[in-house]
Write a protein of this length. Structure first.
Length: 161
């Protein structure tokens, strides 16, 4: 089986392989978690690391949502020029679309945290195989291994939704 170009580009730094043993979860870097040996996959430190990563991502999104609300309130002034009004409305529409996407991502983040609590996080929903630290670092809400995701996308492309 060929390794995916995206995953084969990720190299484990052997110098960092044991750093996780001496550091607290909030001090770990992505590179140090990636360098952990495969035998330590989804150990307590890794799951705590991903829980922290997901929690921070969730908090950032909630902060952005509050800023959007403030921004929309501030920009509700009446602008007589139709071009300026159209620009403001387009900016608002773009911001609202972005927040809608983040709202959907928030649900996935919450589901991922539940999966951590259940002990299912990091394993493919379809095959039960490890998803891989590299993929989880890139997409912490992933529920499918790269191969399973590629199969699903290929089926969708061939047969539609």
């Amino acid at each position: 089986m060929n390794a995916s170009p995206a995953l084969s580009a990720i190299k484990k730094d052997p110098k960092l392989a044991n750093n996780w043993k001496t550091k607290s979860v909030d001090q770990l870097t992505d590179e140090e978690v990636l360098a952990m040996p495969d035998s330590e996959y989804m150990n307590e430190k890794q799951t705590a690391f991903f829980r922290l990563k997901l929690t921070r991502l969730k908090q950032d999104m909630l902060n952005n949502a509050g800023e959007t609300t403030e921004h929309l309130r501030e920009d509700t002034v009446v602008v007589p020029d139709p071009a300026d009004r159209a620009t403001i409305e387009e900016e608002h529409a773009l911001e609202l679309r972005t927040r809608d996407r983040e709202r959907k991502l928030l649900k996935k983040i919450e589901q991922s945290i539940v999966r951590i609590d259940a002990g299912d996080y990091g394993y493919c929903d379809e095959t039960g195989e490890p998803i891989g630290v590299g993929r989880l670092l890139a997409r912490p809400t992933a529920t499918l291994s790269l191969e399973a995701q590629q199969r699903r996308e290929l089926k969708q492309k061939m047969f539609g939704d």
